[in-house]
Design a protein around this ligand. Structure first.
Ligand code: 1CP
Length: 342
């Protein structure tokens, strides 16, 4: 059997060369992605056409030989599967119908109904598990309940997640019911991805950093703990990566509090600090600044090597601290890989 270096890192192994993949590795910085996206017509058609979604997942593997392939889909497919309207405005981003009160929540579908909408995603996973090279790990994913709730409540991305914070304070019954519905749907969705062939799952809590103190415990830690526990009960031995972006000091106890095998670090976290305080509890992933994939040069090489060195004493999966951006230079990915792999 081929060696899967990502699975080894997730099992706690320290490796001389860390495995590597990039958040948003299938994306608009790649000309072949833009061509397939143009063929699909729009972003949601790309997500729901298994052959095309599998094709864009495979493109960065062919070009770069990454150790991991992340399923091509989006965290906002779950709200759509729960009955929210979802559309993408070119140049602006996603738009959804909003959740303002009990009537909007009551109109949502039960968690068990999501498979009707999401079955093409499972088909993408099945295609990928057949077509990926033997050494490449297939990563499934979903958004974390808090992050997904911020989009469902506001109907769009927001700089400070204001509408979601307002609802949780002003109408906690509706907010808690929504969090519960998303948590249940996320468990079912990730479990179906694993049944289709995903070997690892990752939960993206992109807006975890806007939760402080008790709210962080309740809406970031606790849902992550529940999702990890439910998935491990259904799929013993399944490795789970959690990304509580900008969690700051909460990174330190995150493995222990949630049971996650790996904690993904954003680029605001110092690698030496994280090696001493987070990696001592389990595998870490990260955390190169995505801007370096735009600017490149010696700074990219030096910073890549610094991160590899900082995490060389324990299990580590090399990645960016957030997604690669459309203005990244595809050549810089080669430079980064050279700096990691030699
Ligand atoms: O024009 C295009 O082609 C659409 C751009 C795009 C892409 C490539 C969107 C819209 N989503 C995706 C794919 C995607 N999204 C993946 C696929 C696999 C890969 O990484 O290669 C993944 C894992 C996501 C996850 C995702 N979507 C997150 C969590 C991670 C993060 O970046 O913080 C979030 C917050 C979203 C929502 C979303 N989808 C798309 C956009 C532009 C956004 C952000 C919207 C906003 O906050 O304003």
């Amino acid at each position: 059997m081929a060696e899967k270096t990502i699975l080894k890192a997730l099992a706690g192994e320290t490796q001389a060369v860390p495995p590597v993949w990039l958040m948003r590795q299938a994306g608009r910085y790649l000309p072949e992605y833009k061509a397939t996206r143009a063929k699909a017509g729009d972003f949601l058609t790309l997500c729901y056409t298994p052959e095309l979604a599998a094709e864009v997942t495979l493109q960065p593997i062919r070009r770069y030989g990454f150790d991991g392939a992340i399923l091509f889909a989006d965290i906002l497919l779950v709200p759509q599967a729960l009955g929210a309207d979802l559309w993408f405005v070119t140049g602006e981003g996603p738009r959804l119908s909003t959740i303002d009160g009990p009537a909007d929540f009551d109109a949502l579908k039960p968690a068990g109904a999501i498979h009707e909408t999401l079955s093409p995603v499972y088909e993408t996973v099945r295609i990928l598990s057949k077509e990926l090279p033997g050494e490449t790990t297939l990563i499934g994913f979903a958004g974390a309940p808090w992050t997904v709730a911020t989009y469902m409540i506001a109907g769009r991305g927001t700089p400070d997640q204001g509408p979601a914070h307002a609802l949780r304070q002003e109408n906690p019954a509706v907010f808690d019911a929504l969090m519960e519905r998303i948590t249940e749907a996320t468990i079912l969705y990730l479990s179906a991805q694993v049944e289709a062939g995903a070997e690892v799952v990752k939960v993206f809590d992109s807006w975890a950093g806007s939760l402080k103190g008790e709210a962080f415990r309740r809406y970031a830690l606790e849902p992550a703990r529940r999702i990890v526990a439910a998935l491990k009960e259904r799929h013993p031995g399944l490795p789970v990566i959690v990304f509580p972006r900008e969690a700051g000091e909460f990174y330190e106890g995150f493995h222990a509090a949630t049971g996650a095998d790996c904690v993904a670090l954003d680029n605001s976290v110092d690698a030496d600090w994280a090696a001493a305080h987070v990696q001592t509890k389990g595998c870490v992933q990260g955390n190169l600044d995505p801007k370096l994939m735009v600017t490149g040069g010696e700074a990219l090489v030096a910073e890549t090597k610094r991160i590899v060195r900082a995490f060389s004493g324990g299990p580590h999966i090399f990645n960016l601290g957030h997604g690669i951006t459309p203005d990244a230079n595809p050549e810089n990915v080669h430079r980064m890989l050279e700096a990691i792999r030699g």
